[in-house]
Write a protein that binds this ligand. Structure first.
Ligand code: F6P
Length: 321
């Protein structure tokens, strides 16, 4: 079947770089003579027929912008069989042969139900969490890590002035990647991640050791999946007696202009997704492996979670002795 028309949507939590990926899908598609439609509001928009034709101009001036111009949603309807049937019907009735889904593994599962109904699909991993198996990087992760590092260095200024301990909670769902990378990059005294059990007594012991050596402040970075930042902060304050404050960085981590790394990754993955469809393949995802963007079977994303970078974690601990 010759490919004539493709569509692109963003789904799940937004991530910096999604716009760069949309732009790449649209421009690469048009470059190869395809018609490209944008679907608004993820799968909800697909089910309800919110399509718009994308032109070269409709993706001008977005490569550097955070968020997603197509908007996004976490669709409950797409989890139902009726929603999935409607979604495939919408695509067929518009003569769309291929769909590019930019999102996390939940979004990929939605895509797979469409593939079972004969639509060619390709997933582009877009989430700040970096929790998709099969790719070493997801779009938005690098920017989110940079946002955390910038925020922590500001917090460190005030932590030093007031001689305080700060517990800073970062996003990542059940994955500690943001906490680990950002924690190493900003020299956090302790990093708590869901992948590795921790003992608060040991963390407090480390705080005391640092204090005895003349350290006047400490930063403890907590991945949201490792526990509630407020509860951990309160426990540390009670048990150690150190003046402790808690900051939940929250959705600031999802916004902002993509870093150059994310803009390049997103552009490469967008271009690759169109190539995959043009080659007649389906049920694939774009993946960053060994410094390059490649095509891999989508089902890899449903396997066991990506391995935690234990050596980086150990190094972070050794450096924050
Ligand atoms: O998956 C991205 C993410 O930001 C997670 O890190 C976080 O747990 C979740 O989304 C928050 O979702 P929402 O924006 O729907 O509250």
């Amino acid at each position: 079947m010759t490919l004539r028309k493709i569509a692109v949507l963003t789904s799940g939590g937004d991530a910096p770089g999604m716009n760069a990926a949309i732009r790449a899908v649209v421009r690469k598609g048009i470059y190869h003579g395809l018609k490209v439609e944008g679907i608004q509001r993820g799968y909800d928009g697909l089910i309800h027929g919110e399509f718009r034709e994308m032109t070269l101009g409709s993706v001008a001036d977005i490569i550097h912008r955070g968020g997603t111009v197509l908007m996004t949603a976490r669709s409950e309807e797409m989890r139902t069989e009726q929603g999935q049937l409607k979604a495939a019907q919408q695509l067929r009735s518009r003569g769309i042969d291929g769909l590019v889904v930019i999102g996390g593994d939940g979004s990929f599962r939605g895509a797979q139900t469409l593939s079972k109904q004969g639509i060619r699909i390709v997933g582009i991993p877009g989430t700040i969490d970096n929790d998709i198996t099969g790719t070493e990087l997801t779009i938005g992760f690098d920017t989110a890590v940079n946002t955390v590092v910038e925020a922590v260095s500001k917090i460190r200024d005030t932590a030093t002035s007031h001689e305080r301990t700060f517990v800073i909670e970062v996003m990542g769902r059940e994955c500690g990647s943001i906490a680990l990378r950002a924690g190493l990059a900003c020299g956090a005294e302790s990093i708590l991640v869901p992948e590795i059990p921790y003992d608060l007594e040991e963390i407090i012991l480390k705080l005391r050791r640092g204090h005895q050596r003349g350290k006047n402040h400490s930063i403890i970075l907590v991945a949201e999946g490792a526990g509630d930042g407020y509860k951990i902060g309160e426990e540390i304050r009670k048990r150690s007696g150190f003046e402790t404050r808690v900051t939940i960085l929250g959705h600031i981590q999802r916004g902002g202009n993509p870093s150059a790394i994310d803009a390049v990754l997103a552009s490469s993955m967008g271009g690759k997704a169109v190539e995959i469809l043009l080659e007649g393949q389906s049920d694939m995802m774009t993946a960053f492996v060994n410094q390059g963007v490649v095509a891999r079977p989508l089902e890899i994303a449903y396997g066991p979670k990506p391995p935690f970078d234990m050596s980086l974690f150990e190094l972070a601990n050794q450096l924050a002795i």
